[in-house]
Ligand binder design. Structure first.
Ligand code: UD1
Ligand code: UDP
Length: 366
């Protein structure tokens, strides 16, 4: 039996292709949701839109300090693992759910499969980087999206036989939902936007939104872009960012802030944007897959493939540099190739997990 553990928006989206394969192939599995969000549009909406089965367990952990949140997730997961005794626990990405899930499972000698293994920003001030490193070193099976990710793992001494380069399940999710988005999404019409005639923004990284200076600097950069191009800037705002904007009383002149949108609407917004500005990991990948230029307002990225192929540029968080990066990206041809695989990652991961095609290699450790 496979336990699929998830807790946030990107995990629901990136696990959805794996869940679909489990459903289609009658794999024995269950979903454990740690419940880190409490608004419909950050959580339930994705289960409904992606047509995913109800989680068997929902821990409803909500927010907290890192230790408090991680600890409560671990306690909840351990109880479920003791009851269900799965052979393998799958976690995805870099959230506190991944850290807690990997720790709880490994301590009970349950094999951990880490989906999206081997990503590194090499910046240990990011909570996500700590989560990635720990999860990778606890995992028995590392599903690396690219060869670069595999090399990162090898450089840290992870044995080669544990690693499988699968592509990233975000490609599966984009391919599976893009046509549906074209048919069903209404957001361009609802917001009165014309394809190619607006910028799209997302931001929620702790290092960007927890500091008033940084958040102000990013917003100033967005206002400068709005002035230079006279195009609307659409900002579906993560609840954490909204909270900080209100707390720091930062004015948002000329930037229409909207609630976070569903995946189909977001795919429509992304694929038709002139350019996307973000500090999100998933959005850097999706813009690369969709052929839309991206400017990342961060100093480092764990998605260097997007920089190498030319779909994305790191701008840092200074207003002038964000504007300069936008000018640079808009002058580039959009001819890059998607480095994240062919959309079969979910199938490959489940084939490996369920013992078909020889199954996973025998492991040492857990
Ligand atoms: C988390 C993950 C991040 C992931 C992101 C997905 C970690 C360390 N961080 O960050 O890796 O990319 O989710 O979007 O696991 N809040 C609300 N409503 C909500 C949820 C949060 O108002 O539905 C507020 C809370 O006041 C909370 C703050 O936002 O204090 C931060 O939320 P938290 O769950 O701690 O982390 P995320 O920023 O969501
Ligand atoms: N996303 C969405 N609606 C939004 C903003 C983002 O559906 O309003 C999706 C986006 O398509 C991507 C994922 O959320 O797949 C990225 O999540 P997030 O930026 O919260 O986390 P990260 O990828 O940085 O871990």
């Amino acid at each position: 039996m496979i336990a699929i553990i998830l807790g946030t928006r990107p995990e629901i989206i990136k696990m959805s292709p794996i869940i679909r394969v489990c459903e289609a192939q009658g794999v024995d599995y269950f979903i454990l949701h740690t419940g880190l969000y409490y608004s419909h549009e950050m959580d339930r909406a994705f289960f409904e839109e992606l047509d995913l089965p109800e989680p068997k367990y929902n821990l409803d952990v909500g927010s907290g300090t890192h230790a408090d949140q991680t600890g409560r997730i671990m306690v909840g997961i351990e109880k479920v693992l003791m009851e269900e005794k799965p052979e393998i626990v799958l976690v995805q990405g870099d959230t506190n759910t991944v850290l807690a899930g990997a720790l709880a499972a490994a301590k009970h000698h349950i094999k951990v499969g880490h989906v999206e293994a081997g990503l590194r920003s090499f910046d240990r001030t990011m909570p996500e980087e700590i989560n990635r490193v720990v999860a990778d070193h606890l995992a028995a099976h590392l599903f690396a999206p690219t060869e670069t990710a595999r090399q990162n793992l090898l450089a840290e001494g992870v044995e080669d036989y544990r690693i499988c380069v699968t592509g990233n399940t975000i490609v599966d999710a984009v391919f599976q939902n893009l046509e549906l988005s074209k048919k069903k999404a209404t957001i361009l019409k609802d917001l009165d936007l014309k394809p190619g005639e607006y910028f799209l923004v997302t931001s929620h990284r702790q290092e960007n939104v927890a500091s008033p200076e940084t958040l102000r600097s990013i917003i100033t950069g967005l206002e400068a872009i709005h002035q230079e191009y006279s195009l609307p800037i659409i900002f579906p705002m993560h609840p954490r960012t909204r909270k900080m904007v209100e707390q720091f009383t930062i004015p948002l002149d000329g930037i229409p802030v909207i609630e976070p949108v569903g995946f189909l609407d977001f795919l429509q917004l992304e694929s038709s944007a002139r350019l996307v500005l973000t500090d999100s990991g998933g959005v850097q990948e999706e813009t690369c897959i969709l052929g839309v230029p991206c400017v990342t307002f961060r100093e480092s990225t764990e998605r260097p493939e997007t920089i190498e192929v030319g779909s994305n540029v790191l701008a840092g968080i200074r207003a002038g540099e964000i504007l300069a990066a936008v000018r640079q990206m808009l002058s580039r041809p959009r001819t890059w190739k998607n480095p994240y695989g062919d959309g079969m990652a979910g199938r490959l991961i489940i084939t490996m997990c369920s013992g078909k095609a020889g199954g996973l290699p025998v492991t040492v450790g857990n």
